[in-house]
Write a protein that binds this ligand. Structure first.
Ligand code: NAD
Length: 362
């Protein structure tokens, strides 16, 4: 199959659909890969590396879209990209169609077959192509929090791990899923005093066994959130209620009584945020202050570490890319979890939740 990788065109998006290593894997299986010039340049994957892996470099996105049978991207296609898709072509990328009627309409009109990373499932009911970005955001939340605890960043001037003779900072992680677990692992590694709150007992049991006492694992109630937040230097918001907006667990009242210069990182901001005072921010201006508490609410945290994120995403997307390139129909029909990724096919919305929300026949 001829696979095409256009350069991402969303503002400040430096990730790329395929790394040179992934290109090499596809070529080893007998496929051809065309890559738009400088598609990976922003994260130091040069044209030369793609050529060394066996790809052909193409000058324009238009030619990539015209020639390729399968397009591999990261972000949802922008209107000018949707216009270039056609029937019989396969699109493999994040789509997030439910809140995006315009994109859905354009993809339906294109007639292309569109597989969305975010709805591919796994045996355990997880979302394997979303998990790598949660791992990145979770780990990054502690790095961001530690940085903003510094005096010059508006924080209270506290070092996460303390030093011999000075107690470490207190870190509260609300939500112990993929983001929360990765945040806690970093905070524990830096020597902080860590508490994880979750309202799933099986999850708390698992975390308790994994951390062997290096993090306190506590059932999440309003009282527990208040008690631990008031003594915290850093709070990470990492809850998810699938399909729903994040609950506002940290109220303005609690925030107004937190330590002056404490930092709150709301990773759940992409679901509306789990702190009452949260509003989405960008990498250019990541923080703002409410009641002397520094808020970090960047909605696309993985974009800040685009090289790591691209490689993490490729580790998860490549096996499906290989299967799709081999035989798209067979790949989809023989794997119900990959089939869950199929959102649009030949002018039909094929993902029930999207069809229901946007009023398409299913
Ligand atoms: P997950 O499903 O793995 O974990 C969520 C956890 O929250 C679960 O363990 C659940 O039991 C727990 N939870 C639910 N209600 C709770 C409550 N009231 N108190 C305590 N815990 C509660 O989800 P995840 O992959 O860890 O993602 C967490 C959030 O981070 C999601 O909103 C996701 O979209 C977001 N996210 C944001 C970025 C970003 O760049 N900002 C990147 C990746 C993920």
């Amino acid at each position: 199959m001829l696979i095409g990788v256009p350069k991402e065109i969303k503002n400040h998006e430096y990730r790329v659909g395929l790394t040179p290593a992934s290109v090499q894997e596809l070529i080893n299986r007998g496929h051809q890969v065309i890559v738009e010039t400088n598609a990976g340049a922003g994260i130091d994957f040069s044209n030369e590396e793609y050529v060394a892996a066996g790809a052909e470099i193409i000058e324009t996105a238009a030619e990539v879209f015209e020639r390729a049978e399968m397009i591999v991207k990261v972000k949802e296609p922008q209107p000018q990209e949707c216009e270039m898709l056609r029937e019989g072509q396969l699109l493999y990328t994040y789509l997030h169609l439910a809140p995006d009627p315009k994109q859905t309409e354009l993809l339906v009109k294109s007639g292309a077959t569109c597989v969305a990373y975010e709805t591919v499932t796994d045996e355990r009911g997880g979302l394997p192509l979303l998990a790598p970005m949660s791992e990145v955001a979770g780990r990054m939340s502690i790095q961001a929090g530690a940085h903003h605890l510094e005096k010059a960043e508006g924080g209270r001037g506290v070092l996460l791990g303390g030093v011999p003779g000075v107690a470490p900072a207190k870190v509260l992680v609300i939500g112990g899923g993929v983001v929360g677990d990765n945040a806690a692992a970093m905070a524990v590694g830096m020597g902080a005093d860590v508490t994880i709150l979750d309202r799933s007992l099986p999850r708390l049991r698992q975390l308790d066994a994994d951390y062997e006492g290096r993090a306190k694992c506590v059932y999440s109630t309003g009282n527990a959130i208040e008690e631990y937040a008031l003594e915290a230097d850093l709070v990470i918001g990492a809850v998810l209620i699938p399909g729903a907006a994040a609950p506002k667990l940290l109220t303005r009242d609690i925030i107004s009584r937190m330590k002056k210069g404490a930092v709150v990182v709301d990773v759940a901001i992409d679901q509306g945020g789990c702190f009452e005072t949260s509003k989405a921010t960008t990498h250019q201006e990541p923080t703002y202050v409410v009641d002397d508490v520094v808020h970090y609410c960047v909605a696309n945290m993985p974009g800040g570490v685009a090289r790591t994120s691209t490689m993490a995403l490729n580790n998860a997307t490549l096996p499906y890319a290989l299967a799709l390139a081999e035989n798209p129909k067979q790949a989809l029909l023989s794997d119900k979890h990959l089939l869950n990724g199929l959102n649009v096919h030949k002018g039909m919305v094929t993902y029930k939740a999207v069809a229901d929300v946007l009023g398409y026949d299913y």
